[in-house]
Structure formats: C-alpha cells, structure tokens
Design a protein around this ligand. Structure first.
Ligand SMILES: Nc1ncnc2c1ncn2[C@@H]1O[C@H](COP(=O)(O)OP(=O)(O)OP(=O)(O)O)[C@@H](O)[C@H]1O
Ligand SMILES: O=P(O)(O)OC[C@H]1O[C@H](OP(=O)(O)OP(=O)(O)O)[C@H](O)[C@@H]1O
Ligand SMILES: O=C(O)c1cccnc1
Length: 493
C-alpha cells in the first residue's frame, strides 16, 4: 500500500516544479539571490469593466504559518530524490519575503501587478502556486458577485451556492468573496460563523414533500420558527403554495414573523406579479417575494425589465462557480533578479503573442484621480519602482498599444495600489474586518466613472505604462531578441 501523510500544512500546496527549481537554485548557490515576482491577469473577467481584488486574507494566513511540517519533510525525504542536506535546509526555512499587494475590495485591472513578492529567489518561487490558486478564484467570484449585485441594486442578494461549489474550500472562501463583491448574506452556516457574514435560510422542497401538502408543511414550520419564508412552488405556486402560506400566516398571526414566500421555478416574472397580487389582496403588502433558480446578472436584469415583483434574490451556482468564466488566468512572473555582482537585473518573458510579453522591472501601480473631475479615476499608471508621479506637476498618460490615445493631466492625485503586507517576513499590515472591506469596495466603485461600471460593453479603463517603463520594456524586448539572434547564429561574429 502507498504510504500517505497527514494533511497538516499548506507548504506543499505548490507545483512540484517549484521545488525542482528550488533544488537547482540551492545546489547552484543562488537560492538567496534577491528576486522580484509580480502576479497579474491579462483580461478582466466576464468582459466586466473592472475586477474586485480578493484573497489577501487567506494568503496572509498561509504566510504567517510558513514552515515545512514534520510530515512535509518526511514526505520529501521518503518519496523524492532531494538530498538530505536540502531537506534539512527546508526544515529551517523561515519566511523572509516582502509582499506588497492590492487590498481586498480594491478595484484592479488587467495587466497591472496585484501582488508583488520580493525576497530570496527560492521562497518567492515556492509561494507562486498557492498565491495564484487563491487569487485566481477569489477575484473571479468577487467580480461576478459585484456584477450581480450591480443589477440587483438595493434588493438584497443571498448567496446560495455551497451545494454547487467546486468542493468545500470554494464554498467557504467563495462565499466570503461574494460578500466582498456585494452579496448581503449567505446560506452557508460555516461561512457565516467563521467570517461573521449574516446567515440566511428559508426551507427546501423536501419539507413540503415530507408532508405532501403545502399547508401542513408551512404549519409545521410556523409552529417551530418565528421568522418564516415559505417555499411555495413545490406543487402549484398560485393555486396551493401561496394560498397555503397566506392561510398559515393568518392563523399564526403575531406568533410568527411572516417574512414572505420564495419561488424557485416557472416564469418568475409572471408568477411573481400574481403572487404579489395574492399577498397584497390578503393583507400582506409587506411580505417579500424571494426568487431563486439559476439566477445571475442577466436573468435578474431581464426579470426586472419584465416588471417582476421580486424583492430578494437567491443566487447559487452562477456566482460560486464563476459560471460563465471559470478561470481568471492570473500569472506570476519574475521581473527582476540579483546578478552575481549583487546588482538587480530586470527580466522579461517574450512571446510571439504580443499580449503575453511580460513587463520587466519592479513596479508600482498608481491610481490617478482628477481633482477637477470629482476625484474620479482617470486610469492606472504603472511605473518603475523608483518613479513617483506625485513629484510631477503634470502626468502624460498614453495607451501602451495605441500611443495616439493619450492625455495630460494637471491637477491629479496618485495613490499607490500595492501596499506593504509583509516586510522581510514580518507582517506589517492589519487585516481589515470583513465589513470594512465590503464598505471599501463600495467606496472604490463610487470613484469609478459609470462608463466603466456598466455590465454590457463597458469602456476600457486606461492601464498605462509610464514613459520610462514603456521605454524600458522596448529596450528589453530588443535586448532579448538580440540574444536569440546570437544564439541562433553562434558562429556569426
Ligand atoms: N420571466 C423570465 N424571464 C427570463 N428568465 C426566466 C424567467 N423566469 C424564469 N427564468 C429563468 O429561466 C431559467 C430556467 O427555467 P426553467 O423553465 O428551465 O426551469 P423551471 O421552470 O424553473 O423548472 P425546474 O427548475 O423545476 O427544472 C432559470 O434560470 C430562471 O431563472
Ligand atoms: O439555482 P442556484 O442559483 O444554484 O441556487 C441554489 C438552488 O439550490 C436549491 O435548489 P435544489 O434543487 O438544490 O434544492 P431544493 O430541493 O430545495 O429545490 C434552491 O432552491 C436553488 O434553486
Ligand atoms: O435558504 C434557502 O432558501 C436556500 C439555501 C440554499 C440553497 N437554496 C436555497
């Protein structure tokens, strides 16, 4: 039988190739070379105009506990070819990196670093997989949730997705990301417990199926609960579901808080209008109509357009699985490395696909706001680390691909997006409360022009390179092309 080991650490939640590289670095004595990696995604998901950053808390919690466990070391020793000296080296490894990151609830955009990891080459390499694993999912869900909430407007949106999520971690952390993105409550009791998200729950069809009778089922529920939302579509919404809910609400009177009914099938525009009428006619104008059934921003918007009388939306599958775009595609690239002389050398990854060419050098992302235009965002300005746009009187911003699209801004503010989280292994960032993150996300959206916020065909938000960074990138492309040329013609003098 294959030996298995206890799952007591996340340190091996990494791709084997990261450890293979660490071994090479260690054998070659370059493992402590100072490196800078940056994580970014190339395309905003769901064709949205912005993405919502999420995932930092989980990254921080992992890094605070950065050490190889006994079982990690035993596994590597017993199941791999790495030398004992290397495993002893891993055993004493302590986290020494500096991490800079966007904050949860920040609006982030394509092509800009959202996390920067700086420190010993081997440690930077090791954490690649887990960082990407976390942000690639949480950014998607937070962004999808924001899209859904943006069409729901002031109506509450409840997260119902746990049963459909890609396993437990996705249900838990996806719920949190959906809450950051704008959802109001969750049906997942564990997420409610551990994150302090409001818990919310009605009941399922099984309760009604047990009694095989709407009235008996609602009566049983009302006899055991104060707050009551009855699921009315098990047999016939208009003929037995809603009439039974009304009958029970009247019979129980003040003994219960009749909050409303939930519909989960059928033509929800038509049915909700009829249900509203029935509730109003029965004297329950304040009873709310909940709706669920494969909802997302498109169906919600469409239902609203049809005048559906729905007050509260329950959304599961489409948000928790980021249904229409299951992968964000964030990547993690080496942008600068210490050479044998102790000098930092910027690096680039070339590609025949222009969009996949990385941008060399350690960078900061500056959010540029215009004081003359209500402090709304003018765009993001990616600059080399030693540049500070605040030292300038005016800022020239140009599209990195179509340079003729450009503007000069005079009265601007520039706010750095990458904030210090760990400095040389020490946590220097106070993780905000979840509700602070949610409020911060709302405030950030306020500073974005509506043109970038619409859910269909939004304007492209400017993400520009500074002139210096742009020139730096072009010179690196030329340099590496020359290197390729030299290697492909080794005998040419
Ligand atoms: N008036 C409407 N306009 C647009 N979409 C709607 C409307 N009413 C319901 N929908 C959506 O239509 C989709 C499918 O409904 P469908 O008819 O397949 O299922 P159903 O009638 O609910 O049956 P069941 O869930 O029992 O299989 C769901 O995503 C639902 O949210
Ligand atoms: O449709 P989603 O957005 O994914 O929301 C979650 C769904 O989960 C429940 O249905 P399910 O059929 O699992 O259980 P039920 O027997 O209570 O209807 C609920 O009634 C929703 O339809
Ligand atoms: O509380 C609900 O109504 C609920 C919870 C999970 C999934 N569907 C519905």
């Amino acid at each position: 039988m294959k030996k298995v080991y206890s799952d007591d650490s996340l340190m091996l939640h990494t791709d084997f190739y990261e450890i293979n590289m660490m071994y090479t670095y260690w054998q070659k004595g370059i493992n402590k070379r100072h490196a800078v990696f940056e994580a970014y995604f190339r395309k905003i998901p769901f064709e949205n105009g912005y993405a919502i950053f999420a995932g930092l808390e989980r990254i921080v919690k992992f890094l605070q506990d950065f050490h190889f466990s006994e079982s990690d070391l035993a596994y590597l020793q017993e199941q791999t070819d790495f030398s004992q000296d290397f495993i002893d080296y891993l055993a004493q490894m302590k986290f020494e990196c500096t991490i800079r990151s966007a904050q949860e609830g920040d609006l982030v955009f394509n092509e800009e670093p959202v996390i920067q990891v700086e420190g010993p080459l081997d440690q930077c390499q090791l954490v690649e997989t887990i960082i990407l694993n976390i942000i690639n999912y949480q950014i998607l869900v937070a962004t999808k949730a924001a899209r859904i909430k943006s069409v729901a407007g002031n109506s509450p949106v409840l997260e119902f997705g746990s049963r459909r999520a890609q396993e437990l971690d996705a249900a838990l952390w996806g719920t949190r990301a959906a809450y950051i993105g704008g959802f109001d409550a969750t049906s997942n009791v564990r997420a409610a417990k551990v994150f302090g998200i409001p818990a919310s729950g009605t009941h399922a069809h099984s309760l009604v199926q047990f009694y095989q009778n709407d009235y008996q089922a609602f009566k049983a529920y009302a006899g055991t609960h104060h707050d009551c939302v009855f699921l009315v579509d098990t047999y016939d919404t208009l003929r037995s579901g809603v009439p039974s809910a009304i009958r029970v609400a009247k019979e129980f009177g003040d003994q219960i808080n009749f909050q409303g009914v939930r519909i989960d099938s059928g033509d929800m525009a038509y049915i909700s209008k009829r249900v509203r009428q029935q509730l109003d006619d029965a004297g329950f104008p304040n009873a709310k109509i909940y709706a669920s059934n494969d909802l997302d921003e498109k169906t919600i918007q469409n239902l609203k357009m049809q005048g559906a009388k729905i007050d509260i939306w329950g959304v599961g599958t489409k948000v928790i699985t980021a249904f229409d775009q299951p992968a964000l595609g964030a990547v993690y690239k080496l942008v600068s490395i210490e050479d044998s002389q102790g000098q930092m050398v910027d690096t680039i990854k070339l590609s025949s696909n222009a969009e996949k060419v990385s941008t060399p050098g350690k960078k900061q992302v500056w959010r540029i706001t215009n004081r003359q235009k209500n402090n709304k965002s003018e765009g993001d300005y990616i600059a080399l680390w030693d540049e500070n746009p605040l030292e300038r009187d005016e800022l020239f911003m140009f599209h990195p691909k179509y340079n003729y699209i450009n503007k000069t801004i005079h009265d601007f503010d520039a706010v750095p997006i990458l904030k210090d989280i760990f400095v040389e292994g020490q946590l220097v960032y106070q993780l905000p409360e979840l509700d602070e993150i949610k409020a911060y996300r709302a405030k950030n959206l306020d500073s974005l022009w509506d043109e970038y916020k619409r859910d269909l065909n939004p304007q492209e938000y400017p993400v520009d390179l500074s002139q210096k960074l742009y020139d730096h990138k072009l010179s690196h492309i030329a340099k590496m092309r020359q290197m390729v040329e030299n290697l492909s013609h080794p005998n040419k003098s």
